[in-house]
Design a binder for this molecule. Structure first.
Ligand SMILES: Cc1cc2nc3c(=O)[nH]c(=O)nc-3n(C[C@H](O)[C@H](O)[C@H](O)COP(=O)(O)O)c2cc1C
Length: 223
């Protein structure tokens, strides 16, 4: 388990090899052992592959290219421009662009990279985690975060890779229409999943973390 936690990383390049449905089901069965408030299990999933996923990729890219405004059901990443969070975001982009040999001025390649995210990084599977609109918007987020991380860790244990991503669900209407998801479900986050292509440059990225002491108040210890 500790090993899977240490080895998990975002994978943004996948082999085309499909992932068997039985394995995906096993991963979800393990992952949904996650705790939740009062065992409410406030999560639902759409596991999408094949031609439907290809249609979603195409529709997402078409919307992006036409400049259609994005209206996500849930905004995961939102912070002030002047903040350490923004600095880390910029650093991440720099690291990825360096590995992908995308220069700052190369608008075409930057757009192509963005489109990759909207295509779920061409992964053979996309999992969409959703919550019923009966629930408050923020209420189920902690529970869903736990189940999503469990999915990613279980995937590692089975030799799979994942990238948690919101880009793929920035146009929820696309997923709703093509995957048949009703308005009553709030799309919270997407996960691209498949067998990692370890030769893909962006997969070489090992993202840094701030030192634990920087974010932790140790209270009541002798030293
Ligand atoms: C809520 C959330 C949303 C994310 N959205 C995206 C995304 O849209 N595109 C992307 O490439 N990565 C996305 N990521 C992956 C993060 O960039 C990644 O987890 C972070 O840089 C740490 O790197 P690591 O996963 O390799 O440890 C997302 C991760 C989370 C938790």
């Amino acid at each position: 388990m500790i090993d899977a936690m240490n080895r998990r990383q975002s994978i943004r390049g996948f082999k085309t090899e499909p992932v068997p449905k039985a394995l995906l089901k096993e991963i979800l069965e393990t992952a949904t052992r996650a705790p939740s408030a009062l065992n409410s299990q406030p999560w639902e999933f759409a596991v999408i592959t094949g031609s439907v996923l290809d249609q979603i990729r195409a529709a997402n890219v078409a919307k992006l290219r036409s400049g259609t405004p994005m209206t996500p059901d849930h905004v995961a990443a939102l912070w002030p421009r002047e903040s350490v969070y923004r600095e880390r975001q910029v650093e991440l982009a720099k690291q990825i662009f360096r590995l992908m040999e995308i220069s700052r001025e190369d608008k075409e390649k930057r757009n192509a990279w963005q489109e990759r995210g909207f295509r779920f990084f061409d992964a053979p599977v996309a999992i969409i985690a959703m919550a019923d609109r009966l629930l408050s918007e923020s209420g189920p987020l902690l529970d869903i975060g736990m189940v999503v991380e469990n999915i990613c860790l279980a995937a590692v244990a089975h030799g799979l890779g994942t990238c948690i991503e919101d880009q793929g669900i920035f146009y929820p209407e696309v997923i709703r229409e093509l995957a048949g998801i009703p308005e009553t479900k709030r799309l919270i986050i997407g996960i691209a999943m498949g067998y990692p292509d370890w030769n893909y440059p962006a997969n070489q990225l090992k993202t840094p973390r701030a030192p634990v002491d920087q974010m932790t108040a140790w209270v009541g210890f002798d030293e």
